[in-house]
Design a binder for this molecule. Structure first.
Ligand SMILES: Cc1ncc(COP(=O)(O)O)c(C=O)c1O
Length: 370
């Protein structure tokens, strides 16, 4: 981790310190309130739970610290993506999405933007620059993309998009702000599903939008207030707690993923191994240039759907589950989710288990299938 990322991590648990009065609780209080005491003029005060909430502000403060940009919290990653689309786009706009990214983003555009005369095109993440950005209002990338783990050059895409008059939004869910900070490479908007590693305990959905552009922040927070797509205070409180250990968990998960990916190389039961940290991986050189770590996601292909299910379901230290980024390792056969991948394609999310024990469980489950 770079020195600046380390100093961000060090300051994170102390962000509230400067504002504490004697006798205040050190942990952030959970404020469950739909209404606030506001006799007379309410300007400058909390008034109504759809407008703002002290627990949201606490978690947004942490996220803003990590992103080095103002942040707006949402009840899920998809709610954050929706806020960007519905807060910023208008009829007649055209947007560009990753062909190989999270499937619900394309489904959202297809089912709910198209009827409002907002068109979308898709392009593979690894060649996202090809074809330029003329005519687009928004380019949206996911890097590394879920689930194929291809990467695109954020700085180059930002430059080309801006030249063409387009905004660049990056879904940074697979990396977290400790792994990559797209705004530092010129992106206009970062979106993340904090449902994953930032919360980390698989008990909450949450999302955020970060931007250094005040108009963008005003647009997405206006969307949140008017649409009512607001996070619950308890969910915000849990994400606040999760963020306090993100650095430690992310470090363990990324380090373990490096070990496991290296050992998976050449295993006779698998093919198509992808992990940006492997020397020969198509994403490796770019990953070294723009990512702080190589992440905790690994993908590979088993011969058949049955073998993939067998590997996942019979690995003693693996949860068979969708999503990723939890303390427990988990895996999913992504063809189940209509991703354009082989039937035996597995996305594996490395968790916080001690790496040797985890490797032994993975190896034992794979060896039976070789
Ligand atoms: C890359 C990516 N973006 C966004 C989302 C949506 O997040 P949520 O499920 O919190 O709405 C996901 C969920 O898996 C994801 O993988």
């Amino acid at each position: 981790m770079s020195e600046t990322a380390r100093s961000r991590a060090a300051a994170l648990p102390h962000l509230r310190r400067g504002r504490l009065a004697k006798g205040d609780p050190i942990p952030v209080p959970l404020t469950m309130a739909a209404i606030f005491h506001t006799p007379g003029d309410a300007a400058g005060f909390d008034e109504y739970g759809r407008y703002d909430n002290p627990t949201w502000r606490a978690v947004e403060h942490m996220l803003a610290h990590l992103e080095d940009a103002p942040c707006v919290g949402f009840p899920s990653g998809m709610a954050a993506i929706s806020a960007v689309f519905f807060g910023l786009l208008k009829a007649g706009d055209r947007i560009l999405l990753p062909a190989d990214g999270y499937h619900a983003t394309r489904a959202l555009a297809d089912r709910f933007l198209k009827p409002f005369d907002i068109a979308y095109d898709v392009r593979p993440t690894s060649s996202f620059l090809d074809g330029g950005f003329d005519g687009y209002r928004l380019a949206f990338v996911e890097t590394p993309a879920n689930p194929g783990l291809d990467i695109c050059d954020i700085a180059a895409v930002a430059e080309a998009a801006h030249k063409a008059g387009a905004l660049l939004a990056v879904d940074n869910t697979t990396m977290t702000p400790f792994g990559q900070r797209p705004l530092d490479f010129g992106a206009d908007i970062v979106i993340a599903a904090d449902t994953k590693a930032p919360n980390g305990h698989s008990d909450v959905l949450f999302g955020h939008v970060a931007s250094r552009n005040a108009d963008i922040i005003a647009a997405v927070s206006g969307w949140r207030e008017m649409s009512g797509a607001i996070p619950g205070p308890f969910e915000a409180w849990l994400v606040h707690r999760g963020l306090e250990t993100l650095d430690v968990r992310f470090d363990r998960m990324c380090s373990s993923a490096e070990v496991i990916a290296r050992r998976l190389q050449g295993h006779p039961a698998i093919s198509g191994l992808r992990f940006p940290g492997l020397d020969g991986d198509p994403s490796h050189n770019l990953a070294r240039a723009q990512m702080e770590r190589f992440g905790f996601l690994i993908s590979f292909v088993l011969d058949s759907e049955d073998k993939a299910e067998d590997f996942i379901n019979n690995c003693a230290l693996m949860q068979a589950a969708t999503s990723f980024g939890g303390v427990h390792s988990s895996a999913e056969r992504r063809a189940k989710r209509s991703d354009a991948v082989a039937p035996g394609f597995v996305r594996l999310s490395v968790g916080c288990e001690p790496v040797e024990e985890l490797w032994q469980a993975i190896e034992a489950s794979l060896d039976r299938l070789a």
